[in-house]
Ligand binder design. Structure first.
Ligand code: GLP
Length: 241
């Protein structure tokens, strides 16, 4: 696992964009994360689209996860969030931005069909990831089996509390979500995980220096052949090695 440290969140975004751009130029299948951490990366990619002719027209994209129970039109759904924060600012075909249906009547069937859609697209070429303060990736809460597949999951109280900042109050945060599994994510050809801020320093330490364990799902990236972790100085501040 390669580690890159940059002084600020904006520079983390630029370093991540440098890794993602060659994939975009060859029309790759992108794995997109929501959350606030990737926003500087998305702003930088949108800038390159506007100013440097970086086209996403040949790309497909798959989101990692979705809340259960929110309408697509709900501004907190990840369907709406990725469009607002990223894809409406670039030239990707909206039909090619795939996400899990959090209103599916049969969540297990929806999860299976999502895996099939990823497979039919030839798999994810480059997966953008954030990390939760408790070590989750996508919505794979600890403990999550390291070979888990796309499924419905109950959110951990710390995740509900962390994500309450996007809602009017904590009661409005959905308690369940659909998420790609840890094993699903690990099948991406290349992974770029970004983390910024001191509140991520413990999770970063566990993911980089701790044991590979379901207790910290992000630690599985130690086993990925092409994973790069890009951190700002605050997120890297507890690393010892
Ligand atoms: C959310 C998302 C994750 C994201 C993480 C961190 O719950 N499901 O995909 O990486 O939490 O979010 P943030 O980047 O806002 O800290």
């Amino acid at each position: 696992m390669d580690i890159i440290v940059r002084p600020t969140a904006e520079k983390v975004g630029v370093a991540a964009a440098d890794l993602i751009e060659p994939f975009v130029r060859r029309g790759a299948t992108l794995g997109l994360a929501t959350g606030s951490t990737p926003n500087p990366l998305y702003m930088e990619l949108a800038r390159r689209h506007r100013e440097e002719d970086l086209s996403f027209a040949e790309c497909d994209a798959f989101l990692l996860d979705e809340y259960v129970g929110l309408e697509r039109t709900d501004e907190q759904s990840y369907y709406a969030t990725i469009r607002r924060e990223f894809t409406r600012h670039i030239d990707i075909d909206d039909e090619k931005v795939h996400s899990l249906n959090g209103l599916a009547e049969d969540p297990e069937a929806e999860a299976r069909s999502y895996e099939e859609r990823i497979h039919a697209a030839g798999g994810v070429d480059v997966q953008i990831l954030g990390v939760g303060a408790n070590g989750h990736i996508a919505f794979n809460e600890p403990p999550s089996p390291l070979d888990s597949r796309t499924r419905q999951i109950d959110l951990h109280p710390t995740t509900v509390a962390d994500n309450a900042r996007f809602f009017d109050n904590e009661d409005q945060v959905p308690r369940t979500a659909l998420t790609q599994g840890v094993g699903t994510i690990m099948e991406a050809h290349t992974i770029v995980l970004i983390a910024t801020g001191a509140h991520k320093a413990e999770a970063v330490k566990a993911l980089v220096e701790g044991p590979v364990t379901p207790g910290c799902p992000a630690s599985v990236l130690q086993n990925h052949p092409r994973a790069t972790i890009i951190l700002d100085e605050d997120a890297a501040s507890k690393l010892e090695r």
